[in-house]
Design a protein around this ligand. Sequence first.
Ligand code: MF3
Ligand code: CO
Length: 255
Amino acid sequence: MKPVRTVEAIQAIREACQVAATVLARMVDAVEVGVNTYDLDQLARKLIAELGAESACYNYRYQNNVFPAYTCISVNEEIVHGIGRLQRAIAPGDLVSLDVVVRYRGMIGDNATTVGVAPIATENQALLDVTRESLDYAIGYARSGNRVGDISNAVQRFVKPHKYGIVRDFVGHGVGAGMHEPPQIPNFGPRGRGALLKPGMTLAIEPMINRGGGEIKMLDDGWTAVTRDGLPSAHFEHTILVTESDPELLTFLKN
Ligand code: MF3
Ligand code: CO
């Protein structure tokens, strides 16, 4: 059987993922009250360059729009693909989603996290915890012989008792030389369906979960997705490698 990816390609993705994780960790450390989201993005721009990588977001084209920033920074009711702004200073209680996608040695690494800024409302802390745990739970299903639907259903099953809204308009995806490769990985749907998972597949799994309904609205900038009801959203993402045994967490930062 033809391997899904060569060992060389997988090694490059592994390294790209470590770069993406390094940048994300530095951004997390920089989040504090008063810092504006433009400066957070600029910090990432500089670090990505220092590490010899490129932002896969900058100049990314979708329909007629060109993404103008180096990372996606989405605050509170912003779900994903927010653009850093000088006028947007981090405030107490904010939920700041940071999404870093880099290209390194020709390959992509993609990860995201949501940082809560103290003091965090109890309801918002619960949203963060459930969203992060839903990702960890779903990664457990990224195993050879399972199907994409097993990952999707794991997120949905985990979130269900909490009555949160699952965002359906954006999905996880394969990564390789391209940022969005097949298969698409929805955060809902029946188990046992969809593409068969095989060793060598590299997948970005990314639940986007809202405190209210799952419906979204696009801002006039053409990129920022916000919750229709204005309630906060959380987003966590890892790139993983499907193996013969346990999934390898490629965007887990090593040292
Ligand atoms: N992790 C996001 C995604 O997979 C990154 C998007 S970059 C952007 O969609 F350029 F589209 F904003
Ligand atoms: Co992604």
